[in-house]
Design a protein around this ligand. Structure first.
Ligand SMILES: C[S@@+](CC[C@H](N)C(=O)[O-])C[C@H]1O[C@@H](n2cnc3c(N)ncnc32)[C@H](O)[C@@H]1O
Length: 241
């Protein structure tokens, strides 16, 4: 069997670097939350590849009637997510998944929302299209899918712009958070800037903004839109009509 591309060491490295390396993380979380309607009564949301659980915890905190099913392929990430939920843990379920498999895409009830941050780019284009169709089928009418992710620039110049912007944003965050450049220097030393790498990469397979928007519409979503973009990172959403 092939070795997994994302390991528990990668999870630990991501948890260390994410504060610095995720552009405008706080604004991203606020933007995602603002796209999820307040549920009328009990409702279930699913987070695909929840990582350390910051977004799941924010949903539980902000949306009082919402239960969250948080999924990830990393046991240590699921443990961190349960810890992040704190006093809201009674409204949280977690499960270990492989994002490329399909069994987990049939949730126990129609979903109010599906969210994912920085994970769907681990799938190739065809897998993303199948995933979008499965998410559409899993949502209840009026349910929303919000995706934050990396995108593939259309040109080499666009790639260089994204690379510079990501370095600059990580530098700024390291200084803001710690008052030193140490976090940024680790981001550089660990080759975390996807847009600086020659590619193709077996783990990271971002698609273009236009493909993603087209595939969301083709999967049946209404109101498909791009809400935020910075340094090669985007937030998009669509609604099941
Ligand atoms: C870049 S991190 C993003 C985590 C979190 N969503 C965030 O925004 O901070 C990617 C996440 O995807 C998970 N992951 C990677 N490959 C996976 C796979 N094949 N199946 C399920 N989860 C996977 C990792 O464990 C990790 O939590």
């Amino acid at each position: 069997m092939a070795e997994p591309l994302w390991t528990e060491d990668t999870s630990a490295a991501f948890r260390d670097l994410a504060h610095y390396a995720v552009p405008e993380r706080e604004l991203q979380v606020e933007t995602i939350l603002s796209l999820i309607p307040q549920p009328e009564g009990a409702a279930l949301a699913m987070e695909i590849c929840c990582g350390a659980g910051g977004l799941t915890a924010a949903m539980l905190e902000r949306l009082a009637d919402l239960r969250v099913l948080a999924l990830d392929g990393s046991p240590s990430m699921l443990k961190a997510t349960r810890a992040a939920a704190g006093g809201h843990a009674a409204r949280l379920d977690t499960a270990l998944i492989d994002i490329a498999e399909t069994g987990w895409r049939r949730p126990p009830e129609p979903l109010h929302a599906v969210v994912s941050s920085l994970a769907i780019h681990h799938l190739d284009g065809l897998q993303k299209q199948r995933l979008f169709a499965d998410i559409h089928a899993a949502l209840r009418p009026g349910g929303v899918f919000v995706m934050a992710d990396l995108v593939e620039p259309a040109t080499a110049v666009g790639r260089a712009v994204a690379a510079d912007a990501w370095d600059e944003e990580t530098r700024r965050r390291a200084l803001d958070i710690d008052g030193t450049l140490e976090g940024y220097e680790r981001f550089v030393a660990e080759d975390w800037n996807y847009y600086r790498l020659p590619g193709p990469d077996p783990l990271d397979k971002p698609s273009s903004v236009t493909d993603l928007l087209d595939w969301l519409r083709a999967a049946g979503f209404d109101g498909v839109d791009l809400h935020w973009m910075k340094a090669g990172h985007v937030i998009m959403s669509g609604v099941r009509g």
